[in-house]
Ligand binder design. Structure first.
Ligand SMILES: Cc1cc2nc3c(=O)[nH]c(=O)nc-3n(C[C@H](O)[C@H](O)[C@H](O)COP(=O)(O)OP(=O)(O)OC[C@H]3O[C@@H](n4cnc5c(N)ncnc54)[C@H](O)[C@@H]3O)c2cc1C
Length: 384
């Protein structure tokens, strides 16, 4: 077993690991830091599509394949088309993101890539240690995005956001590429909170995704059946071909993910960057990584303390999660009430953890306080 030392080791070259790599390169280059990136996959597969909203230009603007100013929200009693400007809802394909960063990094001689299985990350003698199937590596810091113990997320109020998405192409015009369906709740809610998501890439091509927030995942054929039914009945499309498919399971939990242990700094899902009540993570990961890199550039330890704002939104997420996980209110009614009674910009700002207390109160007054307030008070005073 050979042993080698680096300044930084990145465990997992997914969204968080590659974002860290991309952001740290300028500093690592001038400060002469040696970096090792380890992943067990080749990152050659388009395994996910990221969507997020933002007002400004993205760091990855050249990778944005589609963007929309209008989002459709539907449930049985109402269908609203919401203009979200100055926000734009944007889409980036996973494979474009992986290729962009890996190709960029390949020009730097201070960066090594290894494709292998990581078995363990630990601390020893003031260094972080990464054990793979055949080697051991040491570094000042490990930036870890691997969730080694998936069981930790099974807390009382945990749900899984699970979904299957397919990109379909039709021979004739079938979609309005100017608007994306953000949540369509007009589908069967028997399993729990369930919605469809339709992102038109052109008038003949769209990503259609069947999403559920429930305790357990479904059988493969259940996702396929639901997608087929929706495409036939709701979208009224019978003639189409499937160009791509993706499946995902995202933890929705108020488990407090450890962000650091000695010289191991967790990033991405492993650091709790997935918003518990929505499953959105892409922008939270970008924000967290930027904070870490700023610390390193200042010569400080890459440890990010929780702010009052973080704690405030953690409480809100935990309350909503308990309402959903314990079926205290129908999930589609919660989201419908929020979207009906607030401008979409305020809702998006709230989901970004960026609203002021006054704006929070406006969002909260949209949902029945007799359900939400006792849970919030219990959590505030008992920390449970
Ligand atoms: C299909 C899908 C679609 C999503 N869509 C959105 C979206 O639209 N918007 C949004 O905000 N969020 C979305 N998410 C949630 C979140 O943004 C992603 O999961 C994101 O990729 C999380 O980043 P990460 O770096 O934590 O994990 P990952 O991107 O999964 O990276 C982890 C990396 O670690 C590697 N790895 C794992 N175990 C080992 C091991 N033992 N040894 C070596 N390497 C290992 C994996 O190969 C992977 O490359 C989506 C998630 C999925 C699964």
């Amino acid at each position: 077993m050979s042993q080698k030392s680096y300044d930084y080791i990145i465990c997992g070259a997914g969204c968080a690991g590659l974002t860290f790599l991309y952001e740290i390169i300028p500093y690592a280059n001038t400060a002469n830091k040696k970096i090792l990136v380890i992943d067990n996959s080749s990152k050659q597969e388009n395994d996910r599509t990221w969507c997020f909203w933002e007002k400004d230009t993205s760091t990855y603007e050249n990778l944005v394949t589609n963007q929309w100013d209008n989002l459709v929200f539907s449930e049985n009693s109402i269908s609203q088309t919401l203009n979200i400007e100055p926000y734009k809802y944007k889409m980036i394909r996973g494979i474009d993101f992986y290729n962009h960063i890996i190709n960029f990094a390949k020009d730097y001689t201070n960066i090594d890539f290894i494709q292998t299985e990581i078995i363990e990350v630990s601390n020893a003698s003031g260094k972080a240690v990464v054990k793979t199937t055949s080697n051991e590596f040491f570094s000042e810091y490990v930036f870890n995005s691997i969730l080694f113990d998936k069981k930790i997320i099974e807390t009382k109020n945990s749900l899984l956001q699970h979904f299957k998405g397919i990109v379909i192409e039709t021979p004739h015009t079938a979609f309005n590429p100017k608007q994306a369906t953000f949540m369509d709740f007009t589908v069967n809610q028997n399993n729990g909170l369930t919605f469809m998501y339709v992102l038109p890439m052109s008038s003949t091509k769209a990503l259609v995704e069947y999403t559920l927030f429930t305790k357990n995942i479904l059988k493969d054929e259940d996702y396929d059946e639901a997608l087929k039914k929706y495409i036939n009945k709701n979208l009224q499309i019978t003639d189409y071909k499937i160009l791509h498919s993706e499946f995902g399971i995202i933890p929705m939990t108020d488990y407090k993910f450890p962000t650091q242990k000695g010289n191991i700094i967790n990033i991405g899902t492993a650091a709790g960057c997935v918003k518990p009540s929505s499953g959105f993570a892409f922008k939270f990961i970008q924000k967290h990584i930027k904070q870490i890199v700023t610390q390193l550039q200042k010569g400080k330890a890459p440890i990010i303390e929780n702010t009052f704002n973080d704690k405030k939104f953690r409480l809100y997420d935990s309350v909503l999660l308990e309402v959903l996980a314990q079926n205290k209110m129908n999930g589609s009614d919660v989201f419908a009430a929020i979207f009906k009674k607030n401008p979409p910009q305020r809702v998006l700002k709230f989901l970004d953890n960026e609203t002021t207390l006054l704006e929070d109160l406006k969002i909260m007054s949209s949902v029945p306080m007799k359900i939400f307030l006792p849970i919030a008070l219990k959590k505030l005073f008992t920390n449970k």
